[in-house]
Design a protein around this ligand. Structure first.
Ligand SMILES: *Cc1c(COP(=O)(O)O)cnc(C)c1O
Length: 490
């Protein structure tokens, strides 16, 4: 199986001959020395200031690329120069940095985008994080006594003030909260769940599998669309530890459907001496019409209806940092605290800082609606959005006069597995670039910018949904759009 090499040879020779008559080793001699490259890198933009080890690794890779090209031939003198190799090294470094966490201008209209980090934090939370991040903080010290205190104690106190729960606990996310609840309260025993609530929330979180991991046995009851109270009642025995009610946060079973509410399930659990655990998912903290029109249960209503334990995310409808919040009866929260898994799931100081600040805003619901970006964005009116869209569209028309910009009404969704059947009327700017432009390529250019811009392509235009783009991001957005346009071939 050797011959192919022989056959390829003449081709290579012809190519080399066309470029230069020098043999291979002489071609290699055209590669600049590592010493020269390292020296030049000291004053080369973007390589300057980068750690020596990182630069020399990138240069080595750039030289390897050049060596390969020289072997093939057809390389000009300029392409062998120091500057060309440095540029290549810079590209290698930039490609590596492309995977760094980068700020994104979210023009998709999806307010709670899990891929984009869910909630945008209010400025008071960012200040609080900054305040504790660069120094020591009273994370587990009671400053009154100077003795050991409890991590997240103030967060717990705030949660109790806001909800009337007996006790509270905070862990890393809601997946951790449900895992901990199952492990501490139902390990080796049975948990009853309606077949209509066996949720999957993206990735590897599927309730039946979480049950197994938590060491408990799932006892499914009812059907996909209908489960009655007597279905639960029929299977309760000495093996049963809890009834788990799961909010169908990312889908809805509508039409010919029925499920007992939190109140009936709590009464049933109480009558049999078992626990009723309500996984609320989204965690709407404010009462009132904001959520009731979307058919979203609030934390307060679940507790009022008698759930022994509720859990929800900190970064969904609460609008805070990633966290899992558990509220319920003191004896139950104590069992969670004492579970060996609790330590593995605990939150860090940055989460505590941000959550404190966000929860404090909830003391004044009007202020919460204004200052928590998630809430403010969800309730921004269509007319306000149209006004903002027209403003942006005018500015864009003047800087990109050949392109067409039009304001249209559309619908956006909350996203992040929340409010699945509740579209919000919104306003979008439709961008139709002049000339023969590939929208996919343009969208990719925008994505690769810094800050990155994410948008939707629909009906031969790029759609920018302004529900998720505050006005203070307009300047940067316009700049990135102009840049995306200028680097495009027409
Ligand atoms: C989102 C969600 C979870 C998982 O919460 P994370 O905070 O993302 O871990 C669990 N249960 C329900 C019902 C949810 O909606």
């Amino acid at each position: 199986m050797e011959p192919p090499r022989e056959r390829q040879k003449p081709k290579t020779v012809t190519k080399l001959a066309a470029e230069s008559t020098r043999p291979n080793s002489q071609a290699m001699a055209r590669i600049p020395s590592m010493t020269a490259l390292l020296k030049a890198a000291e004053s080369f933009e973007t390589l300057r200031g980068t750690p020596h080890a990182v630069v020399s690794e990138a240069l080595r890779k750039a030289v390897a690329v050049l060596r390969e090209r020289l072997q093939k031939g057809g390389v000009t003198e300029k392409e062998c120069g120091v500057d060309a190799v440095l540029s290549q090294a810079r590209e290698i470094l930039n490609a590596r940095r492309a995977h760094r966490l980068r700020r994104v201008i979210n023009a998709t209209g999806v307010v709670l985008h899990t891929g984009l980090g869910r909630s945008v934090l209010p400025s008071v939370a960012i200040e609080r994080i900054g305040g504790v991040a660069g120094g020591y903080c009273s994370l587990e010290i009671d400053l009154e006594t100077g003795k050991r205190g409890r991590r997240g104690r103030h967060v717990e106190e705030l949660l109790l003030e806001l909800t009337d729960a007996e006790a509270a606990m905070v862990v890393n996310n809601n997946a951790a909260a449900t895992m901990l609840a199952l492990h501490a309260l139902a390990r080796g025993r049975e948990v009853i769940v309606s077949r209509g609530q066996l949720i999957e929330i993206g990735g590897s979180y599927r309730l039946p599998e979480v049950m197994i991991a938590g060491g408990s046995t799932l006892h499914e009851v009812g059907t996909t669309n209908k489960t009655r109270l007597r279905d639960y009642e029929a299977v309760i025995d000495e093996q049963t530890a809890m009834i788990m009610h799961v909010h169908t946060s990312n889908y809805r079973v509508v039409g010919f459907s029925e499920n007992p509410g939190t109140k009936e399930l709590s009464e049933l659990a109480r009558a049999h001496g078992i626990i009723m655990f309500d996984d609320l998912g989204s965690g709407a903290l404010l009462d009132g019409e904001v959520w009731s029109s979307a058919n979203e249960p609030t934390v307060a209503s679940s507790l009022k209806h008698g759930a022994d334990l509720v859990s929800f995310s900190g970064d969904k409808l609460l609008g805070g940092p990633q966290a899992g919040i558990l509220l319920g009866r003191r004896s139950i929260i104590d069992r969670l605290r004492n579970d060996p898994m609790a330590r593995a799931l605990r939150v860090d100081k940055l989460t505590v800082a941000a959550l404190e600040a966000v929860l404090e805003l909830y003391h004044d619901p009007d202020r919460a609606m204004r200052e928590i970006p998630l809430l403010a964005r969800l309730v921004e009116s269509e007319s306000m959005l149209v006004t903002r869209a027209e403003k942006l569209s005018d500015r864009l028309s003047s800087v990109l006069p050949d392109d067409s910009f039009m304001v249209k009404s559309d619908e956006s969704f909350a996203g992040g597995g929340s409010l699945p059947a509740w579209p919000f009327p919104t306003a979008v700017v439709c961008w139709k670039p002049a000339g023969n432009v590939s929208l996919d390529e343009l969208a990719q250019k925008l994505r690769l910018g810094d800050p990155s811009v994410l948008c939707r392509i629909k009906e031969d235009a790029i759609h920018l949904d302004l529900r998720t783009v505050p006005e203070h991001e307009y300047d940067e957005l316009i700049q990135m759009m102009m840049r995306g346009r200028s680097s495009q071939g027409h």
